[in-house]
Design a protein around this ligand. Structure first.
Ligand code: AMP
Ligand code: ZN
Length: 481
């Protein structure tokens, strides 16, 4: 049934490769999770929708999936290299709050978005601060051969591993000024695996280590959590495309050091066999950022009345390796597409009831081929639509659509038209009130009392409700902002 060989684009080799599990019948995946110092923006959530589709695909293919996503609550600096402050410490200082409270608040906010976007729960959420002793052990194991100590911390010397930067395709001394100089660093790309608390200062989060009080580096965290939970080598490591440049090359360098052999050709040494990266969601004005005040959160979309799964569909309409531009028009179009799909399913259900039972035969070869071709979700979506419009027994087609939805995660089995109605948070009138007014209007029209019918329409308009007679999508009414 799902026989097409699964091909995934490996950023390490810059090629699509046939997926061969490290452990037969299993798939082990690690996804770099959020740094919980602020709300995630919808671009961040694209990274988790992508990882979710990957996980769903591996399960669909019959593999036993173990997916791990981490929560970074310490160590991620305001710059991905070693510049700036710890994002968590900075936010805590600005808010005069404890880091632990901040981490908890934003972790919950992130989980709410995960749920709203129908992203499946991974087997495990690893929280960085739960793994500090293991991080210290890992660092001790590689310190002698691969690290050196400076006043500010323990640094990894990238010249001690072969092929540093192969993933990024960057030369070690890139000379672009991307990596801020730390005095005493041997190579510009060297990075801190342990950051010492400066003398005379105390950090909210700090631990004792052989290199003094301090906190682990962000790159160390992911090497340790992925190795601890999934074991080296595991199958797939994912993250956004920005991680291909610094974070993941640094993880790989640490993994190589830890696995004690140089070179990336032995897949054990890079930690994961396949490294996958989703491209960015961008705004017309440029890169989306949550560090710069105003940013797009999923909750903003919901407050404006959009169903969060319309955003999920918007992500799926683009291939994960393509840049995707966010616009409200685009989101509106995705919502309409989702509604059309839901309406087709309603029609198919009605037909299935009137028809004899189907044959149970479903041709899902095309869906299998599409998803197996490096997760071509735009094609899977097209196939789901063709199924809803094409020939054949309605019950067979419904079953095939729901099988597509195991990959897409759009809740097509349970979503209703009413769920998808645009309903901004600012609206005060309730749906029941609108429906009641519309029912009265219908009666008035049936009785040819057009004055009464128009009056009801005007009353609704005064409350922000636009009545949409004869709308082809059957919206019937819409609430303005
Ligand atoms: P962070 O919380 O900053 O570590 O980011 C969480 C995840 O979102 C990482 O995998 C990033 O690579 C990814 N990411 C950040 N910005 C975007 C964006 N605009 N579009 C897609 N993914 C993003
Ligand atoms: Zn990571």
């Amino acid at each position: 049934m799902t026989d097409a060989p699964l091909k995934l684009f490996n950023s390490l080799t810059r090629q699509a490769e046939v997926f061969e599990p490290v452990h037969p019948g299993e798939a082990r995946v690690y996804t770099c999770g959020p740094t919980v110092y602020n709300y995630p923006h919808i671009g961040n959530m694209r990274a988790y929708v992508f990882a979710d589709v990957l996980g769903r695909t591996l399960s669909w293919k019959g593999l036993k999936l173990t997916h791990v996503i981490n929560i970074t609550d310490v160590g991620h600096l305001t710059d991905d290299a070693d510049a700036g402050e710890d994002k968590m410490e900075k936010m805590a200082a600005e808010r005069a709050q404890s880091i632990w409270d901040i981490a908890e608040h934003y972790k919950q906010a992130y989980w709410a978005d995960v749920k709203a976007l129908n992203i499946r729960q991974p087997a495990q959420w690893t929280v960085a601060t739960d793994y500090v002793p293991q991080m210290i052990e890992f660092a001790k194991g590689i310190a002698d051969k691969h690290c050196y100590e400076l006043e500010s911390g323990l640094y990894f010397d990238v010249s001690t591993v072969a092929d540093y930067g192969r993933l990024a395709r960057a030369v070690t001394d890139d000379g672009e000024g991307r990596i801020e100089a730390v005095e005493g660093k041997r190579n510009a790309a060297d990075f801190a695996i342990w950051r010492k608390t400066p003398a005379g200062e105390t950090r909210q989060m700090e631990w004792d280590s052989p290199w003094g009080k301090g906190a682990p580096g962000w790159h160390l965290e992911c090497s340790v959590m992925s190795g601890e939970v999934l074991g080296f080598p595991f199958d797939i490591h994912t993250g956004g495309i920005d991680h291909r440049e610094i974070h993941h090359p640094n993880e790989i360098a640490q993994n190589q050091a830890h696995c004690c052999t140089n070179g990336l050709d032995d897949p054990r040494n890079s930690g994961a066999r396949i490294w996958m990266h989703n491209n960015f969601l961008v705004e017309r004005s440029g890169k989306m950022s949550k560090s710069s005040g105003e940013f797009l959160r999923l909750q903003l979309l919901i407050d404006k009345g959009y169903h969060p799964l319309a955003y999920r569909l918007m992500c799926l309409q683009a291939h994960y390796r393509s840049e995707l531009e966010f616009s409200w028009e685009g989101l509106g179009a995705a919502l309409t597409r989702l509604k059309r799909m839901v309406m087709q399913i309603e029609r198919l259900r009605a037909r299935a009831e009137a028809e004899p039972p189907g044959t149970g035969d479903m041709t899902i070869r095309q869906i299998d081929e599409a998803i197996s071709n490096d997760l071509n979700t735009p094609r899977v979506l097209e196939n789901a639509q063709l199924l809803s419009e094409g020939k054949g027994y309605a019950s067979d087609r419904l079953a095939a659509i729901f099988l597509c939805d195991e990959l897409l995660g759009l809740n097509l089995e349970t979503l209703t038209r009413a769920d998808l109605r645009i309903r901004p948070k600012t609206a005060t009138i309730t749906e029941a009130e609108i429906e009641a007014a519309l029912a009265r209007r219908k009666e008035a029209r049936a009785a040819k009392d057009f004055a009464a019918s128009d009056a009801i329409r005007d009353e609704l308009a005064a409350q922000g409700v636009e009545v949409m007679d004869g709308d082809p999508l059957g919206w019937e009414w819409r609430l303005g902002e």
